[in-house]
Design a protein around this ligand. Structure first.
Ligand SMILES: CC(C)(COP(=O)(O)OP(=O)(O)OC[C@H]1O[C@@H](n2cnc3c(N)ncnc32)[C@H](O)[C@@H]1OP(=O)(O)O)[C@@H](O)C(=O)NCCC(=O)NCCS
Length: 213
């Protein structure tokens, strides 16, 4: 029965309906709440337990992805609106790892470990006025969660799993203008270095870096 209630939860969320509204409509509020407690006692958008259970996270190399996964990854990155569309497919194929989060077979979040060429990384560090000698081999990026699923730890879960796959002592950097990403990076020990700088698309970016332990 609890499994049935969880399935209903996921379906209702998919339709963007409040569970309270649904239970009032169908008159099952008390029994369902009793059986499936505690997963039903708060409005769905604030609750994460059921979402965590429904989430399917895949961490794959690009060559292990299906063409459909690559296409969906590409589309979601474009939805984030912060990348140059020309050549994006090739740049995705060049990533070290891709992270994909599905809910009900819908791709709701993506992130990646990129392997930028050294000259690009050097240029970014120069623009950020970061003068340490490290040239990180990896960049955490292509992080996008569909708007209606934001704030549910989807990006944090993807990034944690991606970073777990990278060898210790490797240095990873990220540039961002996004508060959720800033919070993720600082809470995981990334240090903000240098100065804010102007990126493409007229956004002001901050540079973060961490050597994995
Ligand atoms: C950045 C983005 C991917 C975050 O996705 P998300 O799934 O909502 O992120 P999470 O829910 O995992 O939250 C990430 C962290 O930020 C915090 N956070 C979530 N929403 C936040 C907000 N609106 N403001 C500040 N912090 C926030 C979370 O607490 C979490 O930190 P924690 O893991 O230390 O607790 C999403 O906002 C997005 O797609 N933005 C548009 C594209 C973009 O700007 N991408 C960033 C490119 S670098």
């Amino acid at each position: 029965m609890a499994g049935f209630a969880t399935a209903l939860n996921i379906w209702f969320h998919y339709l963007h309906l409040s569970r309270w509204t649904i239970y009032n409509w169908v008159g099952l509020g008390i029994p369902l709440r009793f059986i499936a407690k505690p997963s039903l006692d708060r409005p769905l958008h604030k609750h994460q337990r059921w979402l965590q259970a429904a989430m399917k996270i895949l961490i794959k190399t690009p060559k292990d992805c299906t063409p459909e996964e690559l296409t969906k990854f590409n589309q979601l990155v474009l939805l984030g609106g912060q990348v140059e569309p020309n050549g994006l497919g090739d740049r995705i194929l060049n990533c070290r790892l891709l992270g994909l989060c599905f809910i009900n077979n819908d791709l709701v979040g993506v992130s990646a470990i990129k392997q930028p060429i050294e000259t690009k990384t050097k240029r970014i560090k120069e623009r950020a006025k970061v003068h340490n000698v490290t040239i990180p081999q990896f960049e955490l990026g292509y992080s996008v969660t569909k708007e209606e699923f934001r704030g549910q730890k989807i990006n944090s879960s993807l990034n944690d799993k991606l970073l777990e796959e990278i060898d210790k002592n490797e240095t990873v950097y990220a540039t961002t203008n996004n508060d959720a990403m800033r919070n993720f990076l600082t809470s995981r020990g990334f240090k903000r270095l240098g100065e804010s700088f102007e990126g493409s698309f007229n956004i002001i970016l901050d540079y973060y870096e961490k050597t994995l332990k």
